[in-house]
Ligand binder design. Structure first.
Ligand code: BDR
Ligand code: CA
Length: 306
């Protein structure tokens, strides 16, 4: 059983990543932490709570974290994820509230209690992780692995240079990449190859309430879906990596996050010429798209059948 702690900002593709976890019996979710990102922290937390109940994730704790970036500059993506953060999906509001405390402390204490056992998966801005590293640098040793959705070695999406999660808090991203662990970076280079096609959408639509109330409306509102491909469900790639790393090719690299560039703030400057240096990242470079969708849709079918 793989133990996983998810830091997220739901977020349409965060929701689809959580649904993938919910349908994966080989994974034990030890906690969900939330961060301000796609939308404000109150909404990402409310969405995480609603998803916990809708996906029947039991009593996994949901702990809110940082409302904003380390530097007080707010970047949001509600123009992509909708004002509420889950596109056209309409989930019932949660009956139960979040846990007390701060996400960064939850991350520290959860990793401290099980050193070497828990994989951290971060699919939003890296503010909570940076705060955790600052509070307790040994989290770097205690985490089994760190997998993020973020960055790219070829392009941006929020602007030509930067991917959203990196741009939303470049200082935090720089702290995380420089902390001493090896960051598995699932960036736009791989996530943009896993597109929601009309065929995928048809299979989502067939999944009863899960398809009707969450998957299909969320995915459709994330972007135009065509037979060739529509939006990518970026965040699900990070979870898919934990479930089956053999879906991906990863290459060691030295990644530096640009924090000062006038046009390149948030860029993940990726150097594959590692030489004598320590590679601080394993960078996803390709994905077996067919096997990815088999895994993801199979997991969704498992959730729907419950
Ligand atoms: C990433 O940014 C967010 O908008 C998505 O949820 C994903 O984590 C893609 O660039
Ligand atoms: Ca996200």
């Amino acid at each position: 059983m793989k133990k996983l702690l998810l830091d997220c900002d739901p977020g349409i593709d965060d929701a689809l990543a959580l649904a993938l976890i919910a349908g994966s019996p080989s994974v034990h979710l030890t906690g969900i932490t939330t961060v301000g990102g796609n939308v404000d922290l109150e909404l990402t937390t409310a969405n995480a709570l609603a998803l916990r109940e809708f996906l029947r994730l039991g009593d996994v704790p949901v702990t809110p974290g940082s409302a904003g970036a380390l530097l007080p500059r707010t970047v949001r993506a509600s123009h992509v994820h909708g004002a509420g953060g889950l596109g056209d999906a309409r989930l019932p509001a949660a009956e139960r509230g979040p846990s007390h405390g701060h996400a960064a402390d939850f991350i520290v204490e959860t990793l401290r209690a099980a050193p070497g056992e828990i994989t951290l998966v971060a699919i939003g801005p890296l503010t909570n992780l940076a705060l955790a590293v600052r509070r307790e640098p040994r989290v770097v040793e205690w985490a089994r692995d760190l997998v993020i959705m973020g960055g790219s070695f070829t392009r941006g999406n929020y602007n030509p240079a930067a991917e959203f999660n990196m741009l939303a808090d470049p200082e935090a991203a720089a702290i995380v990449f420089d902390a001493g662990w090896t960051v598995t970076m699932m960036g736009l280079d791989v996530t943009l190859t896993a597109m929601v096609t009309t065929g995928v959408l048809d299979r989502m639509r067939a999944l009863g309430r899960l398809g009707r109330d969450l998957l299909e409306p969320a995915a459709r509102s994330y972007g135009r879906v065509t037979a060739e491909g529509g939006p990518a469900i970026h965040d699900a790639c990070a979870v898919a990596y934990v479930l089956d790393p053999s879906l991906f090719t990863c290459v060691p690299a030295v990644v530096n996050v640009e924090t000062a560039g006038r046009y390149t703030r948030g860029m993940t400057v990726t150097d594959f010429r590692v030489g004598d240096r320590r590679a601080n990242a394993q960078v996803g470079t390709s994905l077996n798209v067919k096997r990815f969708w088999d895994l993801v849709l199979g997991a969704y079918e498992g959730v729907a059948a419950r």
